[in-house]
Design a protein around this ligand. Structure first.
Ligand code: P6P
Length: 342
C-alpha cells in the first residue's frame, strides 16, 4: 500500500523569503546554505526576467553569433541568463561548482579564501526554449541542486555533477510567461511563487502543487512522427482514437517549462522521444530531465525514459541526452505500456 505523505499547507500570499525561512528546518544538514542558494536563484531570476520582458525593446534579440556545446545557435538572452545565474550563485559563496547547458565544462567556484569549501553544486539550463525568444513565447530556467560527493576543501570533480537524479536536494524552474513564477521542491512537496513586478517580490500563489492523476493533454512535436519509436506512434494513435475519454487535446509550445507547467496544472503528458536525428532524444538528463522529474514525482506525477525511472539513470556524461516521458501518473504509465508492448 502506498503510504500517503502530507505536508503542512503553506499559507497563501506568504512571500518566497518568508517561506524559505519558515521551512528552513526541512533541509537536512544545511545550516542555511540551501536557503541562501534558493535566494540567489530568486534574485538572478528577477534580473533575467527584467531582460526577457523587454527583449523586444532593446538590441538583445537574435543570435549572439556563437553556438553552444549542443551546436545550437546561442541567443543573446541565453548568454545573458547564463552569466546572470553564474554571477548570482558565485557571489553568495554557497556552491563549489556549476554546470550549465551553455558551458562545455563545469565551472569551479572558489570561496574568498581560495578554497572549495562550499557543499553544493548546481546544474542549470539558464534559458530553456530560447528558440521562442524572438517570437514572444514563454521561456524558462531550470535548475538542479546536489550536495557534492567530494570532501569540502578538495577540488570539485565531474563526479560531483554525474549523480543520479534521486540524489537531488532541490530542483525548480522559473517560467517567464504571462506572469513570472518560481516553482521548486526540496523534497517536501512543490510550491509555486508568482512575482509581483510592481514591488519585485515573489508570493506563494500555488501551494502544494499536484499533478492531476490523469488528463487529456498530450505534448509532443508530431512533426517528428515518422521518426518516433513504434510505441510512441501507438500511444499518439490511442490518444486520437474516438473511444472512452478520448480524443485528447494536443498542445505543444516548444518550451519544456511551459508545457510541463500547463500539464501540472491541467493534467497531461510531455514526451520527447528518441528519433533518427536524436537517437538518445533531445533533452539533457542532468539539467532538464532530472529536475523536472524531481518536481513531477514530488507533485504525484511520473517521469521515465519510456522504460526506466529518470531519476534512477546513472549519468555518464555532463550533456547526456535521454528520451523523456513526464506528467500525470496514469498517462505516463499508459505511454510506457505502449513502449513496452512495441
Ligand atoms: P523541438 C527547447 O530547445 C527544448 O529543449 C524544450 O524546451 C522544448 O520542449 C524542445 O526543446 C523543443 O524541441 O525539437 O520540438 O523544437
Amino acid at each position: 500500500m502506498k503510504i500517503q505523505t502530507f505536508y503542512p499547507m503553506p499559507t497563501r500570499n506568504q512571500s518566497l523569503g518568508e517561506f524559505i525561512i519558515e521551512n528552513q528546518n526541512e533541509f537536512k544538514y544545511s545550516s542555511g546554505e540551501l536557503s541562501r542558494l534558493i535566494n540567489s536563484i530568486r534574485l538572478a531570476a528577477k534580473v533575467v526576467n527584467h531582460e526577457v520582458n523587454k527583449a523586444g525593446l532593446v538590441d538583445i534579440l537574435g543570435a549572439a553569433g556563437d553556438t553552444n556545446v549542443q551546436g545550437e545557435d546561442q541567443q543573446k538572452l541565453d548568454v545573458y541568463a547564463n552569466e546572470a545565474f553564474i554571477k548570482g550563485l558565485t557571489n553568495r559563496e554557497i556552491v563549489c561548482g556549476i554546470a550549465s547547458e551553455e558551458e562545455d565544462h563545469f565551472i569551479t567556484i572558489k570561496g574568498r579564501n581560495e578554497q572549495n569549501d562550499n557543499k553544493y553544486v548546481v546544474l542549470i539550463d539558464p534559458l530553456d526554449g530560447s528558440s521562442n525568444i524572438d517570437v514572444n513565447v514563454s521561456v524558462g530556467t531550470i535548475f538542479s541542486v546536489y550536495r557534492r560527493v567530494t570532501p569540502p576543501g578538495t577540488p570539485v570533480t565531474l563526479d560531483d555533477f554525474l549523480q543520479p537524479g534521486n540524489k537531488q536536494v532541490a530542483a525548480g524552474y522559473i517560467i517567464y510567461g504571462t506572469s513570472t513564477m518560481i516553482v521548486y521542491t526540496t523534497g517536501h512537496g512543490v510550491n509555486g511563487f508568482t512575482l509581483n513586478p510592481a514591488i519585485g517580490t515573489y508570493y506563494l500563489s500555488h501551494p502544494n502543487m499536484q499533478f492531476p492523476r490523469t488528463g487529456l493533454i498530450y505534448s509532443v512535436n508530431e512533426g517528428n512522427y515518422v521518426h518516433f519509436p513504434q510505441g510512441v506512434k501507438d500511444y499518439i494513435k490511442y490518444c486520437q482514437a474516438e473511444e472512452g475519454d478520448r480524443p485528447y487535446t494536443s498542445r505543444y509550445i516548444g518550451s519544456l517549462v511551459s508545457d510541463f507547467h500547463r500539464n501540472m496544472i491541467k493534467g497531461g503528458i510531455y514526451i520527447y522521444p528518441n528519433t533518427a536525428k536524436d537517437p538518445d532524444g533531445k533533452l539533457r538528463l542532468l539539467y532538464e530531465c532530472n529536475p523536472m522529474a524531481f518536481i513531477a514525482e514530488q507533485a504525484g506525477g511520473k517521469a521515465s525514459n519510456g522504460f526506466q525511472r529518470i531519476m534512477d539513470i546513472e549519468p555518464s556524461k555532463l550533456h547526456q541526452r535521454v528520451p523523456f516521458f513526464c506528467g500525470s501518473l496514469e498517462m505516463v504509465e499508459k505511454a510506457e505500456s505502449f513502449m513496452q508492448k512495441a
